[in-house]
Design a protein around this ligand. Structure first.
Ligand SMILES: [Mn+2]
Length: 405
């Protein structure tokens, strides 16, 4: 079957036995990288998908296969070139594309979507970007002509299902797409996923998911580069934005050498880092600053002072004249406190639920805490939505956080 074809190709290329290779790929390097693995039938795919469910998704790069730092630079490795083959052939074979991402879009989802959009447009394709929610003010400068439908209207959404291809970036589950889920999931379009989040279930065999990547934008850069497609000035700004925001200005551990290498290449095309930083971060309103002051002045601690949390009620948002979206970034302030292992913010949403964001030191896993609450994210930055009162949310989540220390 196809799996053997892949192994035979790879074994011949590497001069190792197929048995050794299967051992390496399934035991040393748990992989889920469909584009490099030819699974010819639906049955093959189902078997392989079942096998991989729940495993960490890693790109098939170990020490002997070249190191991460070379990604985006060296294209000599035939395996790496093959990595995007299926995505490329889907792009080449089709004309109309819908690009979407997760609810409450962030710098990486918007940057990645615009990177793919400009690439497709440069290739003469029809493309549209549609998001469940509005673009936060910090990123509207990336879209001066309003190329992104956000929030997508019901009329927009009704049309989306007719596209040839649905490209989901920075997310890998249909439930992350909000109102766009139904038309996109049910459409007859080919589906492509480009992402760097851990996954629980693959929604398409054409998935490029690399949990080692700093950001989806880093992967989209790799796609554009490997296709030899033109990189527009806007796409360069957008992809740099994705890397900058997902690494929290290159602070996170997943800011591997590769993130810096790709960032450097984007800078060399003319991206102005101080302008991008200014557009994204130096744009607080008085109302947001007042709300942050209110939230910070009531900071609480538990777990022997190792867990800090903030709460933002509807009343606080209304009294300060701020917006719900203004709370983004507040939780990061908790992590500036010495000795804190986990920081949490609880924000009362309009619908009565509580939005929770968690941050942690590199050695502490808050993704598991978020997954336990029905949410998810990354090891050191995750989130969830809690159905219940603020008090219940605080009680449940702080207990789970203390247990995760
Ligand atoms: Mn991301």
């Amino acid at each position: 079957m196809g799996l053997c074809r892949f192994h035979a190709y790879y074994a011949a290329d590497r001069g190792v036995s197929i048995k050794t290779l299967i051992y390496q790929s399934f035991n040393l390097f748990p992989i889920c990288f469909r584009p490099t693995i030819g699974l010819d039938t639906e049955g093959d795919w189902k078997l392989f998908s079942a096998f991989l469910t729940g495993r960490q998704v890693l790109r098939f790069i170990g020490p002997e296969f070249g190191n991460d730092a070379s990604r985006g630079v060296a294209r000599s490795d035939p395996w790496k070139v093959a990595m995007w083959d299926e995505v490329k052939s889907v792009i080449e074979a089709n004309q109309s594309f819908v690009i979407s991402s997760h609810v409450n879009p962030d710098g990486d989802s918007i940057g990645s979507a615009l990177g793919v959009y400009d690439c497709l447009k440069a290739l003469g394709k029809d493309a549209v970007v549609a998001m469940n929610d509005a673009i936060p003010d910090a990123y509207t400068w990336l879209d001066p002509d309003g190329d992104i439908l956000a929030p997508a209207s019901d009329a927009d959404i009704a049309r989306l299902g007719a596209a040839d291809v649905v490209v989901v970036v920075d997310a890998n589950g249909w439930d992350r797409l909000g109102r766009l889920r139904k038309p996109l999931e049910e459409s007859a379009a080919a589906k492509v996923v480009i992402d760097h989040h851990p996954y629980s279930e693959l929604i398409t065999p054409v998935s490029v998911i690399d949990t080692k990547a700093s950001s989806t934008a880093e992967l989209v850069y790799d796609l554009i580069d490997s296709m030899g497609a033109p990189l527009t000035a806007r796409a360069a700004d957008a992809l740099y934005t994705g890397i900058l925001t997902d690494t929290v200005s290159f602070r996170f551990a997943r800011s591997a050498p590769c993130a810096h290498i790709v960032a450097a290449r984007l800078l060399s095309t003319g991206v102005d880092p101080s302008r991008v930083y200014d557009q994204i971060y130096n744009r607080n309103t008085g109302a947001r600053t007042r709300l942050m002051g209110r939230a910070l002045s009531d900071i609480r601690f538990t777990g022997c002072g190792r867990v800090a949390w903030l709460t933002v009620t509807r009343a606080m948002i209304e009294e300060t004249g701020a917006l719900s979206s203004d709370t983004s970034g507040f939780v990061d302030v908790t992590m500036t406190i010495a000795g804190i292992g986990i920081g949490i913010i609880f924000v009362e949403a309009k619908d009565g639920s509580v939005q929770i964001s968690l941050r942690s030191r590199p050695e502490i896993d808050v993704n598991q805490v978020a997954v336990g609450l029905g949410g998810g994210g990354h090891k050191n930055a995750a989130g969830a939505v809690f159905d219940g009162t603020l008090e219940q949310a605080v009680k449940t989540v702080t207990a789970a956080a203390v247990a995760a220390l």
